[in-house]
Design a protein around this ligand. Structure first.
Ligand code: NAG
Ligand code: NAG
Length: 333
């Protein structure tokens, strides 16, 4: 009897073995909240997963091993997610530039259905310099990642990385500049430039940094009001030190016919989109479309990856307290 039981356990262990041997991936927990006007906010058992192509997450044979979140500059603590651009390893600084997605407890991505709803997040951009982009956005990825969401598969966006899909850049920012941009797609035709609201571009040169003090944390509320089932605008407000600061909105988005426009963006929000969060910089454009010239106060050349790495090795962004649901429901304390 005894040995038979042991044998059964051994068989069970061997059957379960391969997953253990490869080191099943532990997804860092990141609780979020889904809110309704009537029921308040309910905690969701969500976690994050690194994109499948993340460095350190594949072995020499090219197959995925348990992703090393620490080596990729990703950590969570309570409801806060920190993404660091550079990670120290011995005496060298490795560019990690992580991108993660919000995962549900069933192993699929969380599909946020935001038409007529709002999405709120607390942010800390104090250590995000010129040339860097802390991006908190939505892509119309498939819930199952067209494969295995638990392994970070199936990325898509309106620049057609992966494949072409609707993208809503809720918040792209550093400590000096910010933009919120819709990128609707009609099939494989995407509005790659998108329809953006950037306060600096609109002449509010002291808004991002002073009116909203980016050296301290604050709350970002993005609303997607609908009218007759159609997205009517994308609006933004901030809350800092208990004070509400209204900002701008986007009320049209290119041509409805060719790329889907605001209606197309709203339809994607209605079907549900996946929350993607990343920190990145780039040598080619140096984020000038976001933060220099008419777009922001950063000097040309300031935002090169080499400069950022040398001057700001600790570059990181923090997102916490992610809530979504009925308009007005996410900011009630
Ligand atoms: C989260 O997990 C707890 C403990 O397993 C469970 O009681 C709760 O219902 C879960 N919440 C949701 C929204 O699924
Ligand atoms: C999906 O990915 C996870 C994480 O890497 C892994 O543990 C799981 O076995 C994979 N599932 C399938 C069906 O491949």
């Amino acid at each position: 009897m005894y040995s038979k039981l042991l044998f059964a356990r051994l068989v069970a262990w061997l059957l379960a073995g391969p997953a253990i041997a490869q080191g099943a991936e532990e997804h860092p927990l990141l609780p979020t909240w889904k809110c309704t006007t009537s029921g308040g906010c309910v905690q969701q058992n969500t976690s994050i997963v690194l994109d499948k192509d993340s460095k350190y997450a594949t072995n020499a044979a090219g197959s995925r091993t348990a992703a090393d979140y620490t080596a990729m500059g990703v950590s969570t603590s309570g409801n806060a997610l920190t993404l660091a651009h550079y990670v120290k390893s011995g005496n060298t600084l490795n560019p990690a530039s992580p991108r993660v997605y919000l995962l549900d407890s069933d192993g699929n991505y969380v599909l946020m259905k935001l038409l007529g709803q709002e999405l709120t997040v607390d942010v800390d951009y104090s250590d995000v310099p010129c040339g860097e982009n802390g991006a908190f956005y939505l892509s119309e990825m498939a819930a199952d990642g067209r494969g295995n969401a638990s392994a970070g598969t199936g990325y898509c966006d309106a620049q057609c990385q992966g494949y072409c899909c609707n993208e809503m850049d809720v918040l792209e920012a550093n400590s000096k500049a910010t933009a919120m941009t819709g990128h609707p797609c009609n099939g494989n035709t995407c509005d790659k430039n998108g329809c953006a609201f950037n306060p600096y571009q609109s002449g509010q040169h002291n808004f991002w940094g002073q009116t909203v003090d980016t050296s301290k944390p604050f709350t970002v509320v993005t609303q997607f009001p609908a009218n007759g089932g159609k997205l009517s605008s994308i609006t933004r407000k901030y809350i800092q030190n208990g004070r509400q600061i209204n900002s701008g909105s986007v009320s049209s988005c290119g041509s409805e016919g060719s790329t889907g426009g605001l209606t197309g963006m709203g339809a994607a929000l209605g079907r549900g989109m996946v929350l993607a969060i990343s920190i990145w910089n780039d040598a080619t454009q140096q984020m000038a479309w976001l933060d220099s010239g008419v777009n922001g106060p950063c000097r040309s050349g300031e935002g090169t990856p080499a400069n950022i790495q040398a001057q700001h090795p600790g570059t990181h962004v923090v997102y916490s307290n992610i809530k979504w649901g009925d308009i007005g429901s996410t900011t009630k304390s």
